[in-house]
Design a binder for this molecule. Structure first.
Ligand SMILES: [Zn+2]
Ligand SMILES: [Zn+2]
Length: 373
């Protein structure tokens, strides 16, 4: 099996033959269909999120079950499955409290130290190297060896690329609006950052019945896409955007501001678009250790609610069937957000296009290898 292995930070991916470990008890082998190239992996590639090579990146994916380890229930060989970036063990402290977005399988891994990121070996390189799936998934390879708590069977004929987006972008952007902000009919919403998460947030705000949906991004093509997907107004943050947002919201600011941009500077910017006693949903993280400074009064005296969101505060078993039905009925659309499909050999190009913001969402499709796309 071939994999795009991160052997060294800030260097081209190594496309190499590896041998995947057999499905151990509790684990599942999944033949990869498609994996979104996420901007988080640009940060991983730079070594800014604590991953340790050699590792396979790609923290969300989908595919077909190839083999199932002992003790795995409810997952069969041949099933189509979503492999999201966030496991849902169902029994840890956080899952028990209805917050699987914080599942201990992901956030409380043992073995994390200065020289280890705590991820398990999933494959062996031709040179004998123990290769891990950084982020637990390892979607940039022809096969994935994942824990059963991260495998969700799906009954749908949607294209692989669209299903793959359910593992990170869709759940995050949709969940920010529906699960976190709880946007209601008639509300006003501003979305800061119109990358693939922001564009899902725009669509979710439209479905939730928001009266005014303001998309804010410096890239004109992304603003245009947001307009097609439901934004009622689009703005370049460079041109007095705050004054325009205030004028579009009766002078108050938006009821809900969804930050889907990433850099720390986007947080005070998002606050500037929000009204007193409004909601600000924060999703970005530039790198481990990034900090943000906010006006104290804007939070306390002015009564704003800050909601942090990881994977859209989703509960996969509840939310996946809903999202699939919305995609199948065309009320959510994925294809305009898919910019480019890449074979494994296209990993470096996918990285450059994500880093340079020329792709909204590139997808790695291992089966394209050898077909000369
Ligand atoms: Zn992602
Ligand atoms: Zn859990």
């Amino acid at each position: 099996m071939r994999a795009a292995v991160l052997r060294e930070f800030n260097a081209p991916f190594s496309i190499e033959e590896v041998t995947f470990l057999d499905a151990a008890p509790g684990r599942v082998l999944v033949r990869t269909g498609a994996s979104p190239f996420c901007s988080t992996d640009v940060t991983n590639w730079r070594g800014e999120l604590g991953k340790v090579p050699p590792a396979i990146l790609g923290h969300a994916s989908m595919g077909v079950v190839e083999d199932v380890g002992a003790g795995v229930e409810g997952i069969r060989v041949g099933q189509r499955v979503v492999v999201p970036g966030t496991p849902e063990c169902g029994v840890c402290f956080f899952c028990s409290r209805g917050r699987p977005d914080q599942c201990s399988e992901l956030f409380d891994r043992p073995g994390v130290s200065a020289t280890s990121d705590g991820y398990l070996q999933v494959a062996t390189g031709a040179d004998g190297a123990a290769i891990k799936a950084a982020g637990l998934v390892g979607g940039y390879a022809e096969m994935m060896n994942v824990h059963a708590t991260q495998v969700f069977p799906i009954d749908s004929d949607l294209p692989d690329e669209h299903i793959a987006m359910l593992g990170c972008g869709v759940t995050t952007g949709f969940g920010a609006v529906v699960n976190a902000a709880r946007v209601a009919p008639g509300d006003t919403v501003a979305v800061v950052g119109l990358g693939h998460v922001g564009l899902w947030a725009v669509q979710a705000a439209r479905l939730a019945g928001a009266s005014t949906i303001i998309g804010i991004d410096p890239i004109a093509s992304r603003r245009e896409l947001a307009g097609q997907l439901g934004a009622t107004h689009v703005l370049d943050p460079g041109v007095a955007a705050r004054a325009v947002v205030l004028s579009l919201t009766g002078g108050h600011g938006a009821d809900h501001v969804i930050e889907a941009a990433g850099p720390p500077e986007a947080v005070p910017e998002a606050f500037g678009y929000s009204r007193r006693a409004g909601t600000v949903v924060l999703m970005g993280v530039k790198k481990a250790g990034s900090t943000v400074t906010l006006s104290q009064a804007a939070v306390s005296v002015e009564g704003r609610t800050i909601i942090g969101v990881q994977n859209g505060n989703a509960r996969m078993r509840r939310d996946l069937p809903l999202l699939v039905s919305l995609l199948e009925s065309g009320r959510l659309v994925a294809e305009p957000i898919v910019t480019t499909r890449y074979p494994l050999e296209g990993m470096d190009a996918a990285l450059a296009a994500s880093r340079d913001h020329t792709d909204v969402c590139g997808l790695i499709v291992p089966a394209l290898s050898g077909r000369g796309e």
